[in-house]
Design a protein around this ligand. Structure first.
Ligand code: LLP
Length: 434
């Protein structure tokens, strides 16, 4: 069994995380329960930053809060001196409520509303990643009305889409995000934003995909963009101070996944951008990145109590847990794969193969297919690994199942950072018929 971060087995033979017994966590806080290994999040944040520091270049590592956004998580990002990427008024509100320094917040999104943009300007956030022509118009209007200036990055679609080991080079990318590089829209957008005096155009942004295991896609994107930067330097005397290459760094969900280290992504990206900018005689921009999954993914586990089981002779055994697609929709949505153990006996020999079902009223609500486990028993606690990214953040109330609590563990201490939703919470916004 491979344990992540500070997970291990304690003297009771139980799974331990952050120095805390997982069985005790399940008993104390109930299940399903999201548990985060804070030391591992800190380690990831420091590894990304360190890789830049070693290369001695200006940078920002912005945590992509869409992966897991709560007040405590944002505060942890601040403690680790990260910047923050938000994509909605809700994520921005969370950041502000957490007291995050607004000048380190970057706001993304392909359809930011007037209200959201106003909120961002009123909060004096660090920069807006402008995505489309509609937004340019809207933002101009708001800057004019409020008589404020704003830092912006232009989101470019460089025609590269990367996923795990595959990357696709397309002439003109079919994407809802950003300004296309090939068809001239990026250049048209740049020409427009450069002439509006209330915009301070810091530079360019791209994001090529998620759960990427290689650097090839990032390097190709950098090549395409820096080549264009040279062009735009001649045409508009525009020199990008910032090149943001987005997030997407892959993590290890199962034995089959073999991601590279944060330091390797960063050092190869820097090397390439240095080479290209020298080649085109441009000054080296600040490099910004936006890791989400790789910051929190393997730091999170979810604890469940097992319940009913069903044998389909000759086919499979289903074992149900007290959560499912309501707390982790990734297996149903993306056929995402996870590994799991019984927290009450993680080292016990596997004796049967079971498929872990959720409790939602939906056949597709399966968490793990064909998982080798010891013979199931009553009161087993299943710990599913690597649920820290896009688990809580995509949790939902299907079947009116309350969303689980979130606990942070570090140095033997467990801290509740999100309370479990109650049935009262579920009807809190409902109004009676009459
Ligand atoms: N920056 C931008 C502009 C993004 O769109 C994303 C993710 C990130 C950064 C962070 O990417 P990460 O480092 O987390 O891969 N719900 C999906 C993932 C969607 C990612 C969307 N954009 C999942 O559960 O796999």
């Amino acid at each position: 069994m491979y344990f992540y971060g500070t997970t291990g087995v304690n003297k009771n033979g139980h799974l331990e995380i952050g120095g805390v017994d997982a069985v005790e966590l399940a008993t104390k806080f109930g299940t399903p329960l999201y548990v985060y290994d804070v030391a591992l999040i800190r380690e990831r944040a420091r590894a990304f930053k360190q890789a830049f520091i070693e290369q001695n270049i200006k940078f920002q590592v912005a945590y992509a809060s869409k992966a897991f956004s709560t007040v405590a998580m944002v505060q942890l990002a601040e403690e680790e001196e990260l910047s923050l990427d938000v994509v909605s008024g809700g994520e921005l509100y969370t950041a502000i409520a957490a007291g995050f320094p607004p000048e380190k917040i970057h706001f993304h999104g392909n359809n930011k509303s007037r209200e959201e943009l106003e909120m961002a300007l009123d909060s004096r956030i660090g920069c807006i990643v402008v995505d489309n022509f509609y937004e340019i118009g809207l933002l101009k209007e708001i800057c004019h009305e409020k008589n404020v200036n704003v830092n912006i990055l232009l989101r470019i679609t460089p025609g590269i889409e990367a996923h795990t080991h595959d990357y696709i080079l397309t002439g003109q990318e079919d994407s809802k995000f950003g300004f296309d590089l090939q068809n001239g829209q990026a250049e048209q957008a740049l020409a427009e934003v450069l002439t509006f005096h209330q915009f301070n155009v810091l530079g360019l942004h791209c994001h090529i995909g998620s759960q990427i295991f290689e650097t090839t896609g990032f390097l190709l994107a950098a090549q395409k963009i820096v080549e264009k930067m040279a062009d735009w330097n001649h045409k508009f005397s525009f020199e990008a101070q910032v090149l943001n290459l987005g997030g997407g760094f892959g993590i290890r969900y199962t034995k089959e996944d073999e991601p590279i280290q944060p330091s390797q992504y960063v050092s190869e990206i820097i090397k390439e951008v240095k080479k290209l900018t020298e080649q085109y005689q441009l000054s080296m921009p600040e490099i910004w990145i936006e890791p989400g999954r790789s910051m929190v993914g393997d730091a999170g586990i979810t604890l469940y109590h097992t319940g009913s089981s069903k044998d389909v002779p000759g086919v499979r055994k289903y074992l149900a847990v007290d959560g499912g697609m309501s707390d982790n929709i990734r297996p149903s949505l993306y056929q995402a794969k996870y590994e799991a153990v019984y927290a009450n006996r993680p080292l016990a020999q596997s004796e049967e193969t079971v498929s872990i079902a959720g409790k939602c009223c939906e056949s597709g609500d399966m968490l793990i297919w064909d998982l080798p486990l010891p013979q199931s028993a009553e009161e087993d606690i299943l710990a599913v690994f690597c649920t820290g990214a896009y688990g809580y953040s995509m949790a939902n109330n299907y079947n009116r199942i309350p969303r689980p609590a979130v606990v942070f563990v570090e140095n033997g201490q467990a801290t509740l950072v999100v309370k479990r939703e109650t049935y009262e919470d579920l009807v809190k916004l409902d109004l009676p018929l009459k």
